[in-house]
Design a protein around this ligand. Sequence first.
Ligand code: FES
Length: 207
Amino acid sequence: MNDNETTPPSATNAPQTPACASRREALKLGACACIGFGLDAAGLNRALADEPAEQRPTKGDRLVVVGADGTPKLLAAADVKLGEKPVFAFPYDADKKLVRDGSRLNKVLLIRLEPGSLDEATRARSADGVLAFSAVCTHQGCDVSEWVPESRSLLCFCHFSRFDPCQSGQVLAGPAPRSLPHLPIALERGELAVNGPFSASPGVKKA
Ligand code: FES
């Protein structure tokens, strides 16, 4: 797991490392001791960076939801309904048919709001009112999972940080130390696509 990729407080038991886990699976679990890898911490981070499924969203990636059978479904703006609950998605390299779900720091929440309610910087990163933010709270890494219409905010239930999606994800309340990173998106052939890197590193920053 990357330096700033944290396990949410609710996850209490670390997953077991299978004896013959794939290289990628072992790297995800930080299994430096796996036979033959011989990686120190710096080497592990370099190896993670080399894994395409671990790489951060890249311009041109589509956004997908992954079905129970593992099939990615491309998302259009119409799949994200105005003012409704967030949709959770991952970036997808359509050429390589690769979902970048090897890191939870790539998980994004999509929400659709009236374009007129967004400030200029936020609107510039949106597509037809659809916004994409990191789904990982900047406090201790829980999922930011709820849209609260009454306060027009995104909520993390772990310690009740709230973020303003209309103003680039800035913190409205709670212990989160910084805004929710915003992922620029655009429409390509009607599909939601990544239009640039996150506005800041997703996840929990070490002091
Ligand atoms: S993890 Fe503490 S408020 Fe989100």
